[in-house]
Design a protein around this ligand. Structure first.
Ligand code: ADP
Length: 625
C-alpha cells in the first residue's frame, strides 16, 4: 500500500495535513525526524503511517498511561494491531503482551520510558526487528522543558544497545529553541528532517477576562453553553472542589480530577468525562495529558497558569476535531502571587546543584512574567502566543477577545510620566496597590504611615478609574518603562525604557476599550461557526440520531464515543448523506475498517431517516462561507 492508501484505508482521511507528508516521507526513506507541531495538529499519523509501511516493529515511547491507552484503542478501532506495556498492566499481562510481540503480532507497541530499562524488555528488543523508535512528547527529555522526565534520558542508551539502529522520530508541541536543540542532541538524531509547523490553531478563539466574581462568570458561561463538553482548569485542589460543587449544585453534569483523589475515583471521573456521561470536567493541571477527547468545546482557566507552554498545551485540548472552540483565561492579579509561591516551592526538593536550580528558577520566573503579560496585553492574543513560540504573524486575527473588542488609541504619555515620577520618588519601595492608591489620592492611614501623602504626584490621577489606572501600569510594565521585582511583593521600579520616557524621548500610546462594546461584540463577533452550525434543523435532527447510535455503540463496546466516530465525521455524514458503501467511504474519518464495523449501521440509520431520498440538510451559503 502507498502512504496515501494507508491514510485513506485505515484512517479514512483524504489528504495529509500541513507537514505530515514531509515527516512520513522522511521516515520512510530512513531519515530521522524531529516534528514540532501544536496539540491537535496530527502528530500521531506522522509515525503511524510509516510504522504500517515499514517492515518490523515500531516502538512508541510515551510518558503517560492514559495517552498510550487512547492511542492503542484508536489504532485497534481502525484495524491496526497495536499494544501497550506499562505499569497499569500486571506483570503477567505485560509478559503476555511481550510474548505476542515476539511472535510478531503487533506493528506498533507503546511503552513507558521506564520499561526500556528492564532486562525482559531489552531482551525482547535485542531479538526483534525494531524498525523505528518514535519518541512522543519528546520535550520530556529536556531539563528546560516544562515536564522533564529523567527516565527519558534512558532512551539513548536503549537505542545504542540495539544491534541495528532504528530510524528515530521525535515529536513535541514545545517549540522553544533550547528544548528542540536538547531533543536533537540528547537523542543523537542523525541529520534529522526538522519540521516546525505553524503553531496557530485557527479554530480556537482566545479570550482573557478579569471578572470581579469568577464563579458568577462561570455560571453565566455555562448557561450559554448547555450540554457542551468543556474543561475548567483551576490552580489548586481546593478551587477544583469548590467550582465543581458550585456547578453540581446548579444541576450541571460535572466531574472533577486532581491528585488528591484516590486512583479509583480519578479513573471513574475521567471515564465519565470521556464518555460524555459528565461532559464538564473541573481539574488541576494533573488532568489532561494524553486526553484525546476530540469534542472539547471550551477550556476555561479559572486561574492563570505558570507559563505560556502550559497554557497553550492545556487550552489546546479544546477543538482537536478542528471545530471552533473557545479558550478563556480568567485572570486576577492574585494568580501571579500564587504562581510565584509555587515556583519557589517546586524547586525545593529537586536533587540538583545550586547553580542549576538558580537557572531553572530564573527561567520559571521569566516564563511567569511572559504569561502575565498575555493576560494584560491589549494586542492580538493569537499574535502574542505565536510570537512567544517564535513565529511571525499578522497582528490582528479577528478571532480573539482583543481583536473583537473595539479599542481606541489614546496618547497617555503625560499620565505615564506622572506614574513614573510617583514610583521614582518612593525609591522602588512599593507595589502596584500603594502606587495606585497614592495617584488616586486615597485617604488611608497606611498611605500616611508610608509617607505617600507627601509624594508630589499624590492625587494627581484621581479622575482615572482604579482598573484603568492598573491597566496603564501594566502597559508600562509590558513596554519596559516599569519593572517589577520577582518576589511576592512585586515592587515597582523604573525600567530602562522609563528613563527615556521621563526625558521626553518617546510617547506612550495605549489601546482603551470603547464603552459599551460588549453587546456589539456578542452580536457581531468574528468568531468562527461550528461545523454543526452549517446543518439546518432537519440536518441537526439527523445529527442527533446518529449521535444516539454512536453513544449506544460506545456503551456496548466500552469505548469513548469519539473513538468510534468524531463529531466531524457525523456532521460530514449529514452533509454528504451517504446511501451506499462508496459514498460512506467518502466521509471524513471513515476508513475501510471502520466501514466494516459500523458503516452499515449508520447507512441504515441514514436510509431510515431520509426514506432513501437525498435532501439537503445544510445551509448552502454557510458551507461556502
Ligand atoms: P496531536 O498528537 O498532534 O495532538 P493527534 O495525532 O491526536 O494530534 O491528531 C488530532 C486529531 O486530528 C485526531 O482526531 C486525528 O485523527 C486527526 N487527524 C490527523 N491527521 C489528519 C488528517 N490528515 N486529516 C484529518 N484529520 C486528521
Amino acid at each position: 500500500m502507498t502512504k496515501e492508501e494507508i491514510l485513506r484505508t485505515y484512517f479514512g482521511y483524504d489528504s495529509f495535513r500541513e507537514g505530515q507528508e514531509l515527516m512520513v516521507d522522511s521516515i520512510m526513506s530512513g531519515r530521522d525526524v524531529l516534528g514540532v507541531m501544536p496539540t491537535g495538529a496530527g502528530k500521531s499519523i506522522c509515525y503511524q503511517i510509516p510504522a504500517l509501511y515499514m517492515d518490523g516493529i515500531t516502538l512508541v515511547i510515551s510518558p503517560l498511561i492514559s495517552l498510550m491507552k487512547d492511542q492503542v484503542y484508536s489504532l485497534n478501532q481502525v484495524g491496526v494491531h497495536a499494544a501497550y506495556m506499562n505499569s497499569s498492566l500486571t506483570p503477567g499481562q505485560n509478559r503476555t503482551a511481550l510474548n505476542r510481540a515476539r511472535k510478531g503480532q503487533y506493528k506498533i507497541i507503546y511503552v513507558a520510558p521506564e520499561r526500556l530499562e528492564t532486562e525482559e524488555f531489552m531482551n525482547f528488543a535485542l531479538h526483534s526487528q525494531i524498525c523505528m523508535v518514535a519518541v512522543d512528547e519528546a520535550h520530556c527529555i529536556s531539563q528546560w522543558g516544562q515536564d522533564f522526565r529523567p527516565s527519558y534520558l534512558n532512551i539513548t542508551r536503549f537505542i545504542e544497545r540495539l544491534p541495528i539502529r532504528p530510524v528515530l522520530s521525535a515529536f513535541t508541541a514545545t517549540a522553544t529553541r533550547e528544548v528542540t536543540e536538547d531533543i536533537s542532541c540528547i537523542l543523537k538524531l542523525k541529520d534529522p528532517q526538522v519540521l516546525i509547523t505553524g503553531f496557530d490553531r485557527k479554530n480556537l478563539y482566545f479570550e482573557v477576562q478579569a471578572p470581579r466574581d469568577k464563579d458568577a462568570w462561570i455560571l453565566q458561561y455555562m448557561e450559554k453553553h448547555p450540554g457542551e463538553s468543556g474543561i475548567i482548569y483551576c490552580a489548586t485542589r481546593k478551587n477544583v472542589d469548590e467550582v465543581c460543587a458550585l456547578l453540581k449544585q446548579k444541576g450541571i453534569l460535572v466531574t472533577r480530577y486532581h491528585a488528591g483523589l484516590g486512583d479509583e475515583e480519578r479513573r471513574r471521573n475521567q471515564e465519565d468525562f470521556i464518555y460524555d456521561v459528565k461532559p464538564v470536567m473541573v481539574a488541576t493541571n494533573a488532568f489532561g495529558m494524553g486526553i484525546d477527547k476530540s469534542n472539547v468545546r471550551y477550556v476555561i482557566h479559572y486561574n492563570m497558569p505558570k507559563n505560556m507552554e502550559s497554557y497553550y498545551q492545556e487550552a489546546g485540548r479544546a477543538g482537536r476535531d478542528g471545530e471552533p472552540s473557545e479558550c478563556v483565561l480568567l485572570y486576577a492579579p492574585k494568580d501571579v502571587v500564587v504562581n510565584q509561591f509555587l515556583i519557589e516551592k517546586s524547586n525545593e526538593n529537586v536533587d540538583m546543584d545550586g547553580e542549576s536550580l538558580r537557572l531553572i528558577r530564573e527561567r520559571d520566573e521569566e516564563r511567569l512574567k511572559r504569561m502575565t503579560y498575555y493576560c494584560i496585553t491589549r494586542d492580538c492574543l493569537r499574535e502574542y502566543i505565536l510570537r512567544y513560540f517564535g513565529e511571525k504573524t499578522v497582528n490582528c486575527c479577528e478571532n480573539c477577545s482583543n481583536c473583537n473588542t473595539q479599542f481606541e488609541e489614546v496618547d497617555i504619555t503625560g499620565i505615564s510620566q506622572t506614574i513614573l515620577l510617583c514610583v521614582r520618588q518612593c525609591n522602588g519601595r512599593y507595589g502596584i496597590n500603594v502606587i495606585t492608591q497614592t495617584l488616586w489620592g486615597m485617604r488611608q492611614a497606611k498611605l500616611k504611615a508610608y509617607g505617600m501623602l507627601d509624594n508630589q504626584q499624590y492625587g494627581k490621577l484621581k479622575d482615572i478609574g482604579e482598573i484603568r489606572l492598573k491597566q496603564m501600569i501594566n502597559k508600562l510594565l509590558l513596554d519596559g518603562c516599569l519593572m517589577q521585582t520577582n518576589d511576592k511583593y512585586g515592587l515597582l521600579r523604573i525600567g530602562p525604557a522609563g528613563r527615556e520616557l521621563l526625558s521626553g524621548e518617546h510617547t506612550v500610546i495605549m489601546k482603551l476599550p470603547k464603552e459599551d462594546v460588549h453587546a456589539v461584540k456578542e452580536q457581531d463577533s468574528g468568531k468562527q461557526k461550528r461545523r454543526t452550525d452549517i446543518l439546518n434543523s432537519k440536518g441537526l435532527q439527523l445529527f442527533e440520531e446518529l449521535r444516539g447510535i454512536r453513544t449506544k455503540l460506545a456503551k456496548e463496546e466500552g469505548m469513548p464515543p469519539y473513538i468510534i466516530f468524531s463529531d466531524k465525521s457525523l456532521t460530514d455524514m449529514c452533509v454528504k448523506v451517504p446511501m451506499n458503501r462508496e459514498e460512506m467511504l467518502e466521509v471524513s474519518g471513515v476508513g475501510e475498517h471502520k466501514y466494516q464495523k459500523y458503516g452499515q449501521i449508520f447507512l441504515d440509520a441514514i436510509a431510515g431517516f431520509t426514506d432513501g431520498k437525498k435532501e439537503i440538510y445544510y445551509y448552502e451559503e454557510e458551507m461556502h462561507a
